[in-house]
Design a protein around this ligand. Structure first.
Ligand SMILES: NC(=O)c1ccc[n+]([C@@H]2O[C@H](COP(=O)([O-])OP(=O)(O)OC[C@H]3O[C@@H](n4cnc5c(N)ncnc54)[C@H](O)[C@@H]3O)[C@@H](O)[C@H]2O)c1
Length: 212
């Protein structure tokens, strides 16, 4: 099931379905339907039905899905059942907050260690995870077979860090720095940028006030 191709839009909605299905105390029964999920999340039920059909074949007409089975299928599809090790570079304020976040394992992400060029941070621990010197990065990545790298260094150092991660065998980069990263073909960069969300908020306010 997990090798099926789905659109980016579908992929972005799947975690919300899973979150809803896993959620406690919402009066969810053994069976759930696409309509039920659509209503709860304020989505179009045709969209939800199509999304679910692309990751699961366990739905039955008029009955819907067995909730526990659908949870398992979504977890498998999203890779949450198969934890991926990651390394983080830039163990400053944001980096340490991410290292300490206890919610990542339920999304299948396991940050093994942080790396930083500041010698004062070497050997420190954050939530039981070590901060190591940069020269330890390639060895650890190659030894353990780490494929995800998280970048939380200042923007001006992000490209150099990205290159080091790729040289260490990293195939997917989660970039929090405000910098455009150039990578060879076959490497995925996922940019995380609060500025984009803030721009949407502020644009919404502009529209609201311009109509008053
Ligand atoms: N994506 C977002 O929405 C978002 C939100 C907040 C911060 N940020 C970005 O995250 C990054 C970190 O922010 P912060 O507030 O944690 O900064 P910070 O200064 O607290 O931490 C940066 C760390 O990176 C380390 N570092 C610098 N150059 C390095 C290199 N070449 N190799 C290894 N380590 C290096 C520093 O020693 C420091 O510990 C910045 O780029 C910032 O713009 C992004």
């Amino acid at each position: 099931m997990s090798d099926r191709c789905v659109s980016k839009q579908t992929l972005q909605r799947l975690p919300a379905y899973l979150n809803y299905l896993r959620g406690p105390g919402k009066g969810l029964k053994k069976h759930v339907s696409a309509t039920m999920i659509a209503e709860a999340l304020g989505l179009n039920d045709v969209v939800v039905r199509k999304d679910l059909a692309s990751v699961s074949s366990s739905g039955r007409p008029k009955v819907g899905y067995v909730r526990s089975e659908l949870i398992r299928e979504l977890e498998k599809f999203l890779g949450y059942d198969n934890s991926q090790d990651a390394v983080l570079v830039g163990a400053g304020k944001l980096g340490q907050a991410l290292m300490a976040y206890s919610g990542f394992p339920q999304y299948g992400l396991n940050i093994l260690a942080g790396f930083d060029s500041d010698p004062r941070l070497e050997g420190a621990e954050v939530a039981g995870k070590k901060i190591l010197a940069m020269d330890k990065l390639p060895g650890l990545c190659r030894r353990v077979g780490v494929h995800i790298g998280i970048i939380t260094v200042p923007g001006e150092h992000a490209q150099a860090v990205c290159d080091q991660l790729i040289d260490s065998g990293i195939l997917a980069v989660w970039n929090f720095a405000n910098a455009h990263l150039s990578v060879p073909e076959g490497i995925l960069v996922q940019n995380e940028n609060m500025a984009v969300s803030l721009a949407l908020l502020s644009n919404h306010l502009k529209e609201v006030f311009s109509t008053k």
